[in-house]
Every structure is written in C-alpha cells, then in structure tokens.
Design a protein around this ligand. Structure first.
Ligand code: ZN
Ligand code: ZN
Length: 316
C-alpha cells in the first residue's frame, strides 16, 4: 500500500471511529421521527430498536472494542430472561398507574401548566431528558452507594463483559426503582405523550449503545452524552472508576454533582464485574438480592458487603 493510500485509509478509519455513534443515533431518531409523523410511534420504535440491535451485533464482530468480550460468558439465557421479565414488570406498573388514575392525578396529560408546548420538539425532548435524567441519576447513584439497593443493581454489574445483549440485564426491582425516581418528574411537569415516547425511545437507543462492544471514539460527545466510552469506566471493578458516570443519557448531573470520570490516557479495564458472588442462573439472580448476606456467607464471601461499604465511604 502506498503512503497516500495508507494515510487515506487511516483518515477513513478515524472518520468511521468518530462517526459511528452519531450516525447510529441520528439514524435511529430519524426512523422514529418518521414513524411518529405517520402516527406509528411505538411500531417505528420497535422496528428501529431491532435494526439498531442487529447493526450492533454485526459491528461487534467486524470491529470489537475488546476481542475477549466476544467469547461467551454463559449468560445469554439469564440476560434474555432479565430483559423480558423487566419489560413485563414495567408494563404491569404502567397499567397499574393508569388504572388507579395516578398518572391522571399527577397531570400526565397533553400540556401541563408550565410545559413549553409551543417550543420546537427538540427543545421539549431536551427538557424532558434533563428532567428524567435527574431522577435516573439519583436512582442509579443510590443503587451504588446504598447497600440495600446495590444488591439488586449488582445483577447488572455482575456481567463480566459488555455487549449490546446485556443492556437489559437488570433485576426487575432495580428497573422499577429507576421508574419510580424518573417518571413522576415528567408527569408533574406535564410532558405531552409524544415527548414521553421520545424520551423513552432515546433512553433505549442510548442504553443499547452504551453497552455495545464496538470500537468507536467520542471526542466532545463524552461531555454531553453517556457514551460507551464513559459507561465502560462505570463497569470497572475499581470503585474510583466504577462509582462514577451515573447518567443514563446525559452526563449533565455527573458534571454537576462531581461524579464524572474519564481518563483519555488509558483504556477502561477489560476485566469487569463485581467483588461479591452472584448465582449463574436467572432464578438464582432474582432471589440472591433478597437473601444477600446469607448467600454471600455461603459462598465464603462474608466480607463482600463490608468491602463494598468501606470503599463506597472512602469514595464519597
Ligand atoms: Zn451501575
Ligand atoms: Zn451498564
């Protein structure tokens, strides 16, 4: 290869590295916008989400960030079960909230008292994201810093690799906790239904991207969005890195509350997971958080909690 050809392909490679995340997000949002404009928002969301997942599956094999994360961790079954179980739990909650009239009482109708309904959609979506993020940030941070909640969030962090497939690996109690923290803010603010769909969809798109094992670069995006680069630090076993970057979509509240972390001089660790024990089966993972102390003691990990607690305090 000539020098010119080599430098040309290097430039192209850099463009792809930096362009992938914005291109995938723009593509997903364009698909959703088209569906919303044709009155088919939920259908468009599902199609776009499947396409995004397929694209990430393909990209992970073409250009992995960590090649060792391509190997099976034996958790495909539990990952899938948690994803489905969580979705059911979320839908039951939404139906229950709607049936008991709680949503109506909180004012989740089109255009609340002060919601800027006349503003462009992207402004309303931005406002919705900032509001939801405040709840999601504290739900996530408490999940790390308060032991009774960490036991449930530990299921997500027990993954030993990151890939698009374990995006939904959350104990259903962990997911319900996030909803309880995040949704009331949007409802009280009176965000219109379309904006709630937009915010939920963007959270899903950014969520699947943050877990993907695709080689990408982010530049200034790391100061606005929760990118895969930032989330890989969040999965570090070193709590100086792991108890950081709590934002789900935006890093605004991490920057505000001093929990933002990035180190551009080195790669995030490939060896990730938790210090405590976690059962390998789905049912075991569902039950373990409820009987945490006993389970850790049985696994010869009686000091696991104390270690986490002490480290958490030293970090505060
Ligand atoms: Zn976490
Ligand atoms: Zn994660």
């Amino acid at each position: 290869m000539s020098d010119a050809a080599r430098s040309g392909s290097k430039t192209l490679g850099t463009l792809v590295d930096f362009g992938l995340w914005p291109a995938l997000m723009t593509g997903a949002c364009t698909g959703l916008a088209w569906g919303m404009a044709h009155g088919r928002g939920p259908l468009a969301f599902n199609i776009v989400y499947l396409l995004l997942a397929s694209a990430l599956f393909w990209l992970e094999r073409r250009r992995p960030h960590e090649t060792e994360w391509l190997e099976s961790d034996g958790q495909v079954g539990p990952d899938l079960a948690h994803t489905l179980f969580t979705k059911i739990a979320v839908q039951v909650t939404v139906v229950a909230l709607t049936n008991f009239g709680i949503v109506q009482q909180l004012g989740a109708r089109d255009g609340g008292a002060w919601w800027p309904e006349g503003a462009p959609v992207f402004v309303q979506v931005g406002l919705g994201l900032v509001l939801v993020e405040f709840g999601l940030y504290w739900a996530h941070r408490l999940g790390h810093e308060w032991l009774p909640l960490w036991r449930f969030h530990a299921v997500h962090h027990s993954s030993t690799k990151l890939w698009f497939f374990n995006t939904g690996r959350f104990h259903f109690v962990d997911t319900l906790k996030s909803m309880v923290f995040a949704m009331p803010l949007l409802m009280v603010a009176g965000a219109p239904g379309d904006i709630i769909i937009w915010v939920s969809a963007i959270t899903a798109f950014i969520g699947i991207l943050t877990h993907c094992n695709v080689r990408m670069r982010f530049g200034w995006l790391n100061y606005v969005f929760n990118t895969p680069g930032l989330h890989r630090w969040h999965h570090s076993m070193d709590l100086r890195e792991g108890n950081k970057n709590y934002g789900e979509n935006l890093v605004l509240w991490d920057l505000m509350f001093g929990t933002y972390f990035d180190d551009t001089r080195r790669r995030p660790p490939a060896k990730i997971g938790i210090r405590e024990a976690m059962p390998a089966t789905f049912w075991g993972q569902l039950v373990a958080p409820f009987v945490w102390r006993r389970f850790q003691a049985e696994q010869g990990n009686g000091r696991g909690e104390e270690t986490k607690k002490a480290d958490g305090k030293s970090r505060a």
